[in-house]
Design a protein around this ligand. Structure first.
Ligand code: HEC
Length: 112
């Protein structure tokens, strides 16, 4: 009896953990990055030589990228180039592309 109860508890915990999390899809983010963002930020987010003053995204924190893209989209952060870029992305696509750039090895790091 206790064994069964234990198994039910473990199984439902598994469902809780696996269920509601809207996992970001890094592969889908990579696809977006290569088709839309690459021209200005590089396919891996490490920048392009033609635009040395455009920000690097590779290795940036995922939550920073996600928040920034949401702010470009809603007007909280204003930029004539990035606003229309962010407006083409859904909430899910923003999470995906943020996860992709965050996963790329980059030169951005926090000095401690
Ligand atoms: C036509 C060029 C161009 C394209 C294409 C482009 N960006 Fe940008 N991006 C910029 C510029 C310029 C800035 C700096 C804007 C500013 O000063 O706010 C920027 C800034 C950003 C920032 C803020 C970085 C920071 O350090 O705060 C993020 C995040 C970003 N872009 C993500 C993306 C993503 C994701 C895509 C593809 C969906 C994309 N960009 C496509 C030019 C571009």
């Amino acid at each position: 009896m206790m064994g069964l109860l234990h198994r039910i508890l473990v199984a439902s915990l598994g469902l809780v953990l696996a269920g509601p999390v809207l996992a970001a899809d890094v592969a889908a983010g990579a696809e977006k990055a290569k088709t839309i963002c690459a021209a200005c930020h590089g396919a891996d987010g490490s920048g392009v030589p033609a635009f040395p003053d455009y920000p690097k995204l590779a290795g940036q924190h995922q939550d920073y990228l996600q928040r920034t893209l949401r702010e470009y989209k809603t007007g909280g952060r204003k930029n004539a180039i990035m606003a229309p870029m962010a407006q083409t992305l859904t909430t899910k696509e923003i999470a995906d592309v943020a996860a992709y750039f965050a996963s790329q090895p980059g030169t951005l790091h926090v000095r401690r």
